[in-house]
Design a protein around this ligand. Structure first.
Ligand code: PHE
Length: 456
């Protein structure tokens, strides 16, 4: 029965089953390592609350319009990222914008699954109460020894990819949606619990101030680029994710409210993660600017000193893994949906082939932390290069292209038609006007200005 309903059209397109399912799948994609691993260390490196405020402004003024543009393109075309552009603009050469999104997802997932793999290892370590044995220096060398070794991280990376692959093979409704429906609520409950523990530590106050009292002197041009890159990364924008998931959404759903709820859930989750991490960091007198090692070194150090820290460590790494998985399946789905559609592959074949490519690239990322650390491109290791190129270049380019496409090629009428479900929903005129302005002018100009600033 399920199989039949999954393949109800001749193209065999799968789709989501319920509004709640769409929301948790979208929020599942958005909430991920970006919130738990990237956001806290970027906040730490960029001086706290000022960065957060710039980030918030970007999420709502630039992120939301891009998300809606992607939604319009995806739902209207009912196609994967590349097909969507080609279907809506058959005359043009817009297919490359879709191809760019596929490349972007491949690069992201390559290093994402390495970090996801670190999460698996750290969950095991948490179960073995490994963190209780060391001080900060010991934990720091534990992390670098592990991440730079050749075999262990590769095994974990493989496991993480396989787990994502299994869910995606099951399909959109039976895999992605079903998994997200269970995991997202669990994830929220765990993180709120940890945030409460952290906020009630003696000395937590300084961490709260750090998160909410801006220090503008720490802001530089780079802060803006980091904040925009993070808004894109965290909302999964410019990667074709919203186009792809949007193509599985029925014409009856309200895409404005879905986008707003997704952006709010993601932002809320980033703030909860910040409240779980920063107060504890300050309570233990640790510097927040530790960089990417923050959750793998600093947090275990804190767990080792907290009462019941062993249990909290387990919960934290369970949360990290769940968050990572609900995002990695969305990245994988973008590539798989493209392969199914473009090369007429079976879902299973598409998943397996994609995993092989990702596995190889991921191995390079992982080894670039150790034996391949001398392989530098533009002064960056493979890992850092993939992160930088995807978040700070390809996602921005993808976002720029999608707003130009939606705003100028499709135009206001089609946008209005999609937002209002062809008139079934009453969307106020001022809203469409404001949104068109953001899509046509503000978002593209902001992206270009910020991107140009990084080169000068
Ligand atoms: N938004 C995810 C995170 O924050 C990462 C992601 C990017 C997922 C692009 C899908 C597409 O971890």
């Amino acid at each position: 029965m399920n199989d039949a309903s999954n393949h109800h059209t001749h193209t065999g397109r799968d789709s989501f089953g319920s509004s709640f399912g769409i929301l948790v799948a979208l929020a599942g994609s958005a909430v991920g390592l970006g919130n738990l691993w990237r956001f806290p260390y970027l906040v730490g490196e960029n001086g706290g609350a000022a960065f957060i405020l710039i980030y918030l402004a970007f999420v709502f003024l630039i992120g939301m319009p891009i998300m809606l543009s992607e939604f319009v393109v995806g739902r209207r075309s009912q196609s994967s990222a590349r097909g969507a552009y080609q279907k809506l603009a058959p005359d043009g050469k817009w297919g490359f914008a879709g191809s760019l999104a596929i490349v972007c997802c491949i690069l992201i997932l390559s290093f994402y699954s390495v970090v996801g793999g670190w999460g698996i290892e750290y969950l095991f370590k948490a179960f073995r109460f490994d963190f209780t044995k060391g001080d900060q220096a010991a934990l720091s060398s534990m992390f670098s020894t592990f991440a730079s070794s050749s075999w262990q991280p590769l095994i974990c990376h493989t496991l993480f990819l396989l787990a994502s692959g299994i869910i995606v093979i099951l399909g959109v409704k039976n895999g992605i949606e079903r998994f997200s429906k269970v995991m997202m609520p669990v994830l929220f409950v765990i993180m709120i619990g940890i945030a409460i523990r952290s906020l009630t530590l003696p000395g937590a106050r300084e961490g709260i101030e750090y998160l909410f009292k801006p220090d503008w002197s720490a802001v530089t041009a780079d802060t803006f680029l980091d904040a925009l890159g993070q808004a894109f990364f965290s909302l999964s924008l410019g990667s074709g994710m919203v186009i792809t998931y949007g193509s599985y959404v029925s014409r009856k759903e309200n895409i404005v409210s879905l986008s707003a709820k997704t952006a709010i859930a993601d932002t809320l989750f980033a703030m909860i993660a910040g409240c779980a991490i920063m107060p504890a960091v300050f309570a233990f007198g640790i510097s927040p600017g530790e960089g990417p090692g923050l959750v793998f070194i600093t947090l275990p150090h804190i767990f080792s000193q907290l009462p019941f820290g062993g249990v909290i460590a387990i919960l934290f790494f369970v949360a990290l893994l769940l968050a990572a998985l609900t995002s990695s399946i969305s990245l994988l789905e973008v590539i798989v949906a493209f392969s199914i559609e473009e090369f007429k592959m079976k879902r299973r074949t598409a998943v397996m082939l994609t995993l092989v490519v990702l596995w190889v690239l991921g191995c390079l990322c992982s080894l670039s932390q150790g034996v391949l650390s001398d392989w530098k491109f533009f002064g960056k290791t493979v890992f850092d290069l993939f992160d930088f190129v995807s978040a700070n270049v390809l996602m921005l380019a993808g976002g720029l292209l999608v707003v130009i496409f939606a705003g100028w090629k499709l135009g206001r009428k089609i946008i209005h038609d999609e937002l209002s479900n062809s008139g079934a929903l009453k969307i106020p005129v001022w809203f469409v006007d404001t949104l068109s302005f953001l899509i046509r002018f503000l978002a593209p100009v902001a992206i270009i200005v910020i991107a140009v600033f990084q080169w000068i």
